[in-house]
Every structure is written in structure tokens, then in C-alpha cells.
Design a protein around this ligand. Structure first.
Ligand code: PGA
Length: 247
């Protein structure tokens, strides 16, 4: 059976002192989980987190990556640079980047491609806003976002992780119900199946106010292969509970 993936997205949180306490608490409690575990940390803390997580079951991820290989792109970080820190994952196309940094479907697809070509697994985020859901456009929006990534990445699509994160559920405490999430996951799975014979092995994560209380029911859905966890990944006990629910 496909192992689930529980990935923390720390967003712009943490400090050298806070990260150390958090990771040490996670390492003390994680044991040998029955799922894969990762934390996606701010880039400036990659070296610190790499050292703290060395030899452990918790893998390292970043939260964004440049679509360029190298050169005059002030402020950007290339996949090759990330790779030097033993990175396994990078989040691309998080709704906060689409919303606040104007990232387009095409840019997100290019970032996913650049990550893949460097041997880093992109966690590609898709999701609708509340207005889009209320207008009945949820499927159209997530399919359009995923189509760009499929188009750009061709048969490599089976190497990505996809995270369905309804924008209205992120950081709001208002998670999608397990049924709402599964419904969209089934749409995404069908789209991936049409694009790749290996679509069954693609991990489809749910993200958006997943927490210690609701993880079990979300993770029991047929097409939910894990979670991308924001707020609840900043508390070791909550994150460990979610890991246990996925194991
Ligand atoms: P949340 O964030 O769990 O705090 O809602 C999820 C995310 O944005 O990845």
C-alpha cells in the first residue's frame, strides 16, 4: 500500500531557537512512523534543520524555488542551491504565492519542472477561493491549475505530489469536510489518470486547517494520500498526532 505523506509547511514562522525546540520535540516523539514525514522550512533555516534532522525519518523541504537555473535573479533561490541541503521536497504554487506574489499557472508549472529536473519532488498546490467555490467553479479552477503542470511536465507528472488546498480553508480553522475534499481529490485523480498510466502512485495531499482532531477522517478518504499542514505543524504534539493518524 502507498504510504501517506505528512508535510509541515512552516510558512514565515520560526527562529533558530524555536526551530530547535520544535524539531527536537518532533524527533523525540516520531518513532518509526508508518507514513512519510517532511517539514518545509524557511530557506534561511535549511542548514540548521538539515543538521538537526540528519539521519532521522523526517525529511526536509522548502517553500518555494526559482523557475530559473542560475544568474541575475536577485532574491531567488535555485533548485540546485536547495539540493545542496539534502532537500527532498519543495512546495510550489502555494495560494499565498499565487495571491500575494502574482504567480501564474505557467510559472508554477515551470517551477515544478525545474525542481523535478534537479531531483527535488515538487508539492504542487491547487485550490479555489471561496468566491470561486460559491460560483460553482471549484472543479474548473483546480483542473486549470493542474492542467498547466501536466502540460509542462509531460510523463514526469507521475513524480510530483499534488496538494489540494481550498484557499478558504487555509489558516481559517474552517477545514473542508472529508466528503468535500474527497470529491475534489477524485476529480484530480481522474485528471492525472488521463495524463499518466502511473497516476495511482501520485500522492494527493489535502491542506487547509487539517489538525489533530480532523486528520483521521480526512486521511481515511480513498484519494487523500496525506496532508500539507500549516498551523498544526508548528506544535509538535499536534503534528505527531496527525502523523499517527496517517500511519
Ligand atoms: P493551515 O495551512 O494548515 O494553517 O490551514 C495549510 C497550508 O497553507 O499549507
Amino acid at each position: 500500500m502507498k504510504k501517506k505523506l505528512i508535510a509541515g509547511n512552516w510558512k514565515m514562522n520560526g527562529s533558530l531557537a524555536v526551530n530547535e525546540v520544535l524539531l527536537k520535540a518532533m524527533l523525540a516523539g516520531v518513532g518509526r512512523p508508518g507514513c512519510q514525514v517532511a517539514v518545509c522550512v524557511p530557506a534561511v533555516y535549511l542548514a540548521q534543520c538539515q543538521a538537526l534532522l540528519a539521519g532521522s525519518v523526517i525529511e526536509l523541504g522548502a517553500q518555494d524555488v526559482s523557475s530559473h537555473e542560475s544568474g541575475a535573479y536577485t532574491g531567488e533561490i535555485s533548485p540546485a542551491m536547495l539540493k545542496e541541503f539534502g532537500l527532498r521536497y519543495v512546495i510550489v504554487g502555494h495560494s499565498e504565492r499565487r495571491q500575494y506574489h502574482g504567480e501564474t499557472d505557467e510559472l508554477v508549472a515551470a517551477k515544478a519542472q525545474r525542481a523535478l529536473s534537479t531531483g527535488i519532488t515538487p508539492i504542487v498546490c491547487v485550490g479555489e477561493t471561496l468566491a470561486e467555490r460559491e460560483a460553482g467553479h471549484t472543479e474548473d479552477v483546480v483542473k486549470r491549475q493542474l492542467a498547466a503542470v501536466i502540460h509542462t511536465n509531460g510523463h514526469c507528472i507521475s513524480e510530483v505530489v499534488v496538494a489540494y488546498e481550498p484557499v478558504w480553508a487555509i489558516g481559517t480553522g474552517l477545514s473542508a469536510t472529508a466528503e468535500q475534499a474527497q470529491q475534489v481529490h477524485a476529480v484530480l485523480r481522474a485528471q492525472l489518470k488521463a495524463a499518466s498510466p502511473n497516476a495511482d502512485r501520485i500522492k494527493l495531499l489535502y491542506g487547509g486547517s487539517m489538525n489533530a482532531a480532523n486528520a483521521q477522517s480526512l486521511l481515511s478518504q480513498a484519494d487523500i494520500d496525506g496532508g500539507l499542514i500549516g498551523g498544526a505543524s508548528l506544535k509538535a504534539s499536534d503534528f505527531l498526532t496527525i502523523i499517527a493518524a496517517a500511519s
